[in-house]
Ligand binder design. Structure first.
Ligand code: MF3
Ligand code: CO
Length: 250
């Protein structure tokens, strides 16, 4: 069952989404060689409290932290630990906030110090793939239009899109229907309607799309050890086109 949201509900999701985006913006500016993952997690746990919100991932299916930090070959759901970031790393930062019963969810991948040209292209490609997917979030279209646009662009750059993890509907819960694969076929899948709120989140790998789950039960890494990047926005489909709900204030 896909729950369509009223304009009022979309505003509430956007309020949560703004906290997510403002926090990600702060973290992006903090990231540099020498910063530990624990320090980022602490910041993410505290940040939403001043607005009456809370970090939504903590305790979700027993997830143990307030944010997901996925370094280099980690695809998603990396658990913050004592690791200290070093120049050359890339770090995926995936964060959600619940405010007044509504959820926002967004992710960015950022460079630490000087990174390889492959890493730069991978990050840029994943960000662009998300933007192209958002542009297809149009009422009257199909979910597969979004999936296809993401896959087509990433693969044209000779990268691969992860199959084992997908985007999702969002709103009154962090994960709602429908699942949103980052691969698929134009014209297939559910019809897109005004009021759908979706978390689009391409995960793009430099090598194989295959992933392995580490023994902590959360961390997903690339099977071949090559780099992975991840971007995510929470968006609403409206009569006047896609509206991104996880943008910072300025
Ligand atoms: N954006 C991620 C997702 O939708 C974050 C979930 S992490 C979890 O899968 F810990 F909350 F599960
Ligand atoms: Co998500």
């Amino acid at each position: 069952m896909i729950y369509l949201k009223t304009d009022q509900e979309i505003s509430k999701i956007q309020k949560a989404g703004k906290i997510v985006a403002n926090c990600l913006k702060e973290i992006r500016s903090m990231v540099s060689p020498g910063l530990s993952l624990f320090e980022i997690d602490k910041f993410a746990e505290d940040f939403p409290k001043q607005f009456g919100g809370r970090a939504a991932f903590k305790g979700y299916h027993n997830y143990p932290a307030s944010i997901c930090l996925s370094v280099n070959d980690v695809v998603v759901h990396g658990i913050p630990d004592s690791y200290v970031l070093r120049s050359g790393d890339i770090v995926g930062i995936d964060y959600g906030v619940e405010l007044d019963g509504y959820y926002g969810d967004s992710a960015i991948t950022v460079p630490v110090g000087e990174i390889s040209s492959e890493a730069i292209v991978l990050i840029d490609t994943t960000k662009s793939a998300l933007e192209l997917g958002i542009a297809k979030a149009l009422m009257g279209g199909r979910l597969g239009d979004i999936s296809f646009a993401i896959q087509e662009y990433a693969e044209a750059k000779s990268f691969s899109v992860v199959r084992n993890y997908v985007g999702h509907g969002i709103g009154r819960k962090l994960h709602e229907e429908p699942p949103i694969p980052n691969y698929g076929h134009k014209g297939k899948g559910v019809k897109l309607e005004a009021g759908m709120v979706l978390a689009l989140e391409p995960m793009v790998n430099a090598g194989t799309y295959e992933t392995v789950l580490l023994s902590d039960g959360w961390t997903a890494a690339t099977k071949d050890g090559r780099l992975s990047a991840h971007f995510e926005h929470t968006i609403a489909i409206t009569r006047s086109g896609p509206r991104i709900l996880t943008l910072p204030d300025n």
